[in-house]
Design a protein around this ligand. Structure first.
Ligand SMILES: Cc1ncc(C[n+]2csc(CCOP(=O)(O)OP(=O)(O)O)c2C)c(N)n1
Ligand SMILES: [Mg+2]
Length: 184
């Protein structure tokens, strides 16, 4: 499974729901899949994608989707514990797990050596979890996540492919329009 194709697929099915993307290629590929007011790009903020999505989920009744990365989550694994503690029923975390810190030179991450982020989530009390390896499985569990209360934690195993151009995201502007999309 490739992240860009899978991101496009998820965007086609998630309607108007807010999406937070991990820094680097996850953000670039979300932008290339379709820039929208409700995309929140986390350039530079390694490890904070699911933390930001958690804060949003606790502040709105809408379902919030986090498109995180294995390396970033490994760096801030406490986020998973906090999700397990707060149990936000409207949070869906998808982890693009390429078993690498890809953007900085494809260094193998812990998930290439046996760390199982789904089991970490379960150990933190998150009951709705899955690990998927192709788009069909991902779409099936994603629909379940949209239909059933969460929090959901879905590890999507992916293979890296050539990067798309860096998206021309201007952080202040995207933050402004993202906030505005929630109304007053
Ligand atoms: C605090 C901090 N440390 C290091 C970096 C450099 N850095 C940027 S992206 C990245 C790798 C992120 O890995 P992952 O979340 O798995 O995403 P991938 O690149 O594999 O898509 C690193 C180490 C950073 N931006 N911030
Ligand atoms: Mg990675």
């Amino acid at each position: 499974m490739h992240r860009f194709s899978a991101t496009k697929m998820l965007l086609e099915h998630l309607g108007d729901r807010p999406v937070v993307a991990n820094l680097g290629p996850s953000t670039d590929e979300l932008w290339h899949s379709g820039d929208r007011d409700r995309n929140f790009y986390t350039y530079g903020s390694m490890g904070l994608c699911s933390s930001i999505a958690l804060g949003m989920a606790l502040s709105t009744d809408e379902q919030v989707i986090s498109l995180d990365g294995d390396g970033s989550l490994l760096m801030n694994m406490g986020t998973i514990g906090t999700i397990g503690r707060e149990v936000p029923s409207n949070l869906i975390v998808v982890v693009w797990d390429n078993e690498q810190w890809a953007q900085t030179g494809y260094q193998a991450s812990h998930t290439a050596f046996g760390t199982d982020l789904e089991q970490v989530a379960r150990g933190c009390g998150i009951e709705k979890t899955a690990t998927v390896r192709d788009e069909e499985e991902l779409l099936s569990v994603f629909h379940q996540a949209l239909d059933e209360e969460g929090p959901w934690f879905i590890v999507a195993k992916i293979q890296e492919e050539e990067y798309l151009p860096v998206s021309p995201v201007e952080p202040e502007m995207t933050l402004y329009r993202f906030r505005k999309s929630f109304g007053d």
